[in-house]
Design a protein around this ligand. Structure first.
Ligand SMILES: Nc1ncnc2c1ncn2[C@@H]1O[C@H](COP(=O)(O)OP(=O)(O)O)[C@@H](O)[C@H]1O
Ligand SMILES: [Mg+2]
Length: 430
């Protein structure tokens, strides 16, 4: 495209067109694509609509909890359906609004209530000032009830990554608000979690007043990932994507996780790499490199919510695989390595059962796979853990946590592995 923009007032220093990206924002995670670009989630969209749709007719919505692995469209579908419900409600003259909270950032009751209050203020003519600090949860609740009661018939509250929320009091307050006479406004909560175990925690923490339905989102297959990415090719300048680029990205992302976020991230990262190298086309090589970076990012993200012991547990399994000769290890073996790693990193170790729980958690997140092995009738069965992903990625992701600097790097582990091959020695870190 020859587009002489000399009149546009852009500083010539920045006037050069990006050689790779045309609309990079299409590749941002928070980007909500238009309806016709949402792939393979018709059933999920309908299910969410069924739970919350009553608000459109000024009737009470259900609460709903959405579970599913990362990158399965939970946040996207929730925002999409909630926004459509708001629009439909407005055309029925029902005052409805949507509040989206990312609980990985707003992770305490005070933060959540503050954010709900300030968002509601933005969405309504409410004039009272809401202090950002120095006040407690009670005051934020009061603003919330006042705004809801004065201006709104219903509110749809999306609590994304709800498992990061330190306590569930806010859920209880919201679900009891009407019967406690705080407000007449209907409140529908859409809670989202990557962790299925959160179901049990939730049941322990809340009572029946937070009645809710549950939905489960499943990973995408390669064809769906291909279509999701094809719908975003206009993020790139013409000719930048080769014929097989999207196929390769989709195949890489589908192979392990069916994660749309990862597929898009690979595409974006490959574009960045091409740009940095001054290349005008994205090659298979860029994509393979981008896949490594995306995988490390993904692991970092998955482990970021957990305790340091989740990282130590993963690292221990990865280091066993790198330095040893087996693909999978028992809980006991991982635990022994883990205790050594805790020593090195300066952390007190948890019990073997505590470590087992960490491993179970990682198995749910899809980072590891644990299979029961029959050890014969006399020995009973035990679990063997293997990594779903490349151990190098785990080690590199864990090393991004500065508090774990003392652990051997990937290169160190490889060296140890070579030494062991020669001397068949089995200890590490001594
Ligand atoms: N069905 C889909 N169609 C188009 N884009 C999708 C679809 N599902 C997910 N995406 C995109 O993939 C990324 C991750 O989706 P997201 O909804 O954040 O997943 P989750 O909340 O389950 O982790 C986002 O950029 C989103 O726009
Ligand atoms: Mg999400």
């Amino acid at each position: 495209m020859s587009n002489e923009d000399s009149d546009s007032g852009v500083d010539p220093l920045f006037a050069d067109q990006d050689p790779i990206f045309a609309r990079k924002e299409l590749l941002h995670v928070g980007h909500v694509p238009e309806e016709n670009r949402i792939v393979g989630r018709d059933t999920e969209i309908e299910s969410v609509a069924q739970e919350i749709g009553a608000v459109v007719r000024d009737d009470p919505p259900n609460n709903v909890m959405i579970y599913g692995k990362t990158g399965t469209g939970k946040s996207l579908v929730s925002r999409h359906v909630a926004n459509r419900a708001r629009t439909a409600a407005h055309s029925n003259s029902v005052e409805c609004t949507v509040v989206y909270i990312d609980c990985s950032e707003a992770d305490t009751e005070t933060r959540v209530t503050r954010q709900i209050a300030t968002t509601l203020k933005q969405e309504t003519p409410y004039e009272q000032r809401i202090p950002l600090r120095g006040v407690g949860t009670m005051e934020y609740y009061q603003h919330i009830w006042r705004i809801l009661d004065t201006y709104l018939d219903s509110v749809l509250l999306i609590l994304d990554e709800i498992d990061k929320l330190a306590d569930s009091n806010v859920l209880m307050q919201l679900s009891r608000a009407r019967e406690a006479g705080k407000t007449d406004c209907y409140i529908g909560v859409i809670g989202i979690s990557n962790k299925i175990q959160y179901r049990e925690q939730l049941d322990e923490r809340i009572d029946s007043s937070f009645g809710h339905r549950e939905l489960f989102f499943h990973p995408y297959d390669a064809e769906q990932l291909r279509e999701i990415m094809r719908n975003r090719t206009d993020a790139f300048q013409p000719g930048v994507l080769g014929a097989g680029t999207i196929e390769l990205c989709a195949a890489l992302a589908a192979k392990k996780h069916g994660d749309a976020r990862k597929a898009i991230e690979i595409l974006k990262e490959a574009g960045e790499l091409a740009r940095r190298n001054g290349d005008s086309k994205i090659t298979d090589d860029h994509i393979n490199q981008a896949q490594n970076v995306a995988e490390i990012n993904r692991i970092e993200e998955l482990t970021s919510g957990g305790t340091i012991h989740a990282k130590l547990a993963l690292y221990s399994l990865a280091s066993l695989i790198i330095t040893g000769s087996k693909e999978s290890y028992s809980t006991r073996e991982v635990y022994e390595r883990y205790e050594q790693m805790c020593d090195l990193a300066g952390y007190d170790s948890v019990t073997e059962n505590g470590l087992y729980k960490q491993l179970k958690e990682q198995a749910f997140l899809g980072v590891i796979e644990s299979t029961k092995t029959g050890g014969g009738r006399s020995q009973g069965s035990y679990l063997l853990h293997r990594l779903v992903t490349n151990p190098e990625h785990i080690v590199k992701a864990v090393h991004r946590d500065a508090s774990l600097d003392a652990l051997p790097s990937f290169e160190d582990l490889e060296d140890i592995s070579e030494v062991q091959d020669q001397s068949s020695q089995t200890t590490l870190g001594s």
